[in-house]
Design a binder for this molecule. Structure first.
Ligand SMILES: [Zn+2]
Length: 269
């Protein structure tokens, strides 16, 4: 599979009608027993927070593990919300897991087909000291949710040669990165560069040595790691390949990651 060569200095691929994708997401969520919440951001702008609690066999049963998935924080990365829609429609989640899903954190950016929000802010650099109304609303919503056992943030990268993943796993728990990359490799090229986005990479996996305090512009994943979780993955689909391939790569990575994680949960806990 070859790169399309379409993205020169930015994303020049397909765009999506975000309102229609989100209404599909909400319809699928409601059909499959999710609770849907509209998180107000400002006039004519809101985010969706979708949640589904696992069925408890008895009130004394131990709490279900919690998984949080988000996407659509960059308005020029359509594969993320499309993957969220497909995951909701297919409804093939691991049994006994509580789920949280934000299918689009930057709807205004999608309307403009650009990375930033309407004010030109990169929302994925806002999580230490947020000024963007989207990020403030999202953080306030996150603070009302319990902590998560696993977080997955779905993105695209217009420059990359293939799929890759960032892992934040400070406790050295069994890694989901390899199972995700292995499964995605069956359907989408993997970026095997030694360096991706200026960070050392190996086999499509970046394990940044991070002290969030050392970085002033926090992405969502730093907020999650500091405040909500001890295990976080950022999945990056390559935008210079056909949209169907990128959506399949994100869906497959989520499914492979969740599958491995639920099988190894006893180890991971
Ligand atoms: Zn992104």
């Amino acid at each position: 599979m070859r790169r399309l060569g379409r993205n020169i200095n930015g994303y020049f691929g397909e765009t999506i009608a975000i309102a229609s994708v989100l209404s599909d997401c909400v319809a699928a969520a409601r059909a499959h027993g999710w609770t849907t919440e509209e998180i107000p951001v400002g006039e004519n702008l809101s985010l969706f927070g979708l949640t589904r609690r696992a069925e408890r066999l008895s009130p004394a049963a131990s709490p279900a593990p919690r998984v949080y998935i988000s996407t659509g924080i960059h308005g020029d990365e359509p594969a993320g919300p499309l993957a969220a829609r497909q995951l909701l429609q297919e409804n093939a989640w691991p049994v006994g897991v509580d789920l949280w899903l934000c299918p689009c954190l930057n709807p205004a950016g999608f309307a403009l087909n650009r990375r930033e929000n309407a004010q030109g802010l990169d929302l994925n650099r806002q999580y230490l000291d947020p000024t963007a109304p989207e990020t403030r609303a999202h953080i306030a919503w996150l603070e009302r949710q319990p902590n998560f056992d696993l977080c997955l943030c779905l993105h695209e990268d217009w420059e990359s040669h293939g799929f890759y993943v960032y892992e934040l796993n400070p406790d050295d728990r069994p890694s989901l990165a390899e199972p995700m990359v292995q499964r995605v490799a069956e359907i989408c090229p993997i970026d095997l560069s030694d360096s991706i986005e200026g960070r050392p990479a190996r086999g499509g996996i970046i394990r940044p040595s991070i002290d969030p305090r050392s970085r002033p512009q926090w992405p969502e994943s730093f907020f999650l790691l500091t405040r909500k979780t001890r295990l976080s993955y950022t999945l990056e689909a390559p935008s210079d390949f056909p949209i169907a391939v990128r959506v399949a790569a994100l869906v497959t990575a989520v499914q492979a990651g969740l599958e491995f994680w639920s099988q190894n949960r006893a180890l991971i806990k």
